[in-house]
Design a protein around this ligand. Structure first.
Ligand SMILES: *Cc1c(COP(=O)(O)O)cnc(C)c1O
Length: 241
């Protein structure tokens, strides 16, 4: 199967409310261009050192997503162009993104990465930490970032129930943080509003709309559990070496 075929197959298979991020890490420019010429415009990379040069060399209507762990000292290299950062895992990192975005006269969309897997090696905030961050004074004062959703990675396991349980937990947190307290919207309604925070301030800049869950091995389960954005690498480009 060609990359173009893989892309169109995905586009046909996934529901229209789910966005496909083509994860192009480790793949060369020519390979990414194949996907680009097949109409794909959203690409994800997990390392700044790889993302920055690829952004330079590839067409500028590509939307680049940073999906991997981000060190504060690297934010400045992607702040001028990155479309979405999936991997905010500390207040300190968010403050740095805010600072670099201001220098670039931008507002950068970010997702909070929440640790839902059993593996200790995966990055991310606990639910408590995510909650605390969203309610913090520091966050409410940041003018150059927008938290538009959440990202989570399930445990790498064959146990489907385990994966499903982890995605469900993130969906539950997502729902409780984007609904108004009195509203009781239908299960699948897209949520464009966030409940007022505990301190009474309405977080105008916090609209959780994106739920980034699912990769090649588990995207089907993720979509069943409410994912709105999947990050797929190997099923599009082939196995990484
Ligand atoms: C590599 C990577 C993916 C894609 O993985 P595949 O198994 O190749 O689909 C998704 N999300 C993150 C955070 C990754 O690092």
């Amino acid at each position: 199967m060609s990359i173009a075929n893989n892309i169109s197959q995905f586009k046909n298979e996934i529901p229209s409310h789910v966005t496909l991020v083509a994860v192009s890490k480790t793949y060369p420019i020519e390979t990414i261009l194949e996907a680009y010429h097949a109409g794909q415009r959203i690409f994800g990379e997990n390392r700044v050192q790889e993302l920055a040069p690829k952004h330079q060399d590839l067409p500028h209507d590509i939307e680049w997503h940073l999906i991997g762990h981000l060190q504060t000292n690297k934010v400045k290299f992607i702040a001028p162009f990155v479309s979405l950062i999936h991997s905010i895992d500390s207040l300190k990192l968010l403050q740095e993104v805010n600072k670099c975005a201001e220098k670039s006269h931008r507002v950068i969309d970010c997702l909070l990465q929440v640790h839902i897997a059993q593996e200790e090696t995966k990055f991310g905030l606990s639910f408590e930490e995510a909650e605390k961050l969203l309610a913090s004074e520091e966050f409410s004062e940041m003018k150059h970032i927008r938290i538009t959703g959440l990202m989570g990675m399930a445990t790498l396991t064959e146990n489907e129930n385990q994966i499903r349980k982890e995605f469900k937990s993130l969906k539950h947190f997502f729902d409780t943080h984007c609904q108004l307290p009195t509203a009781n919207p239908p299960k699948d309604s897209p949520c464009g509003r966030i409940r007022p925070l505990a301190n009474g301030s309405a977080q105008a800049d916090c609209q959780l709309k994106i739920l980034s869950m699912g990769m090649s091995s588990d995207y089907k389960i993720a979509i069943e559990e409410g994912s709105t954005m999947i990050r797929v690498g190997s099923l599009i480009f082939g196995a990484r070496h």
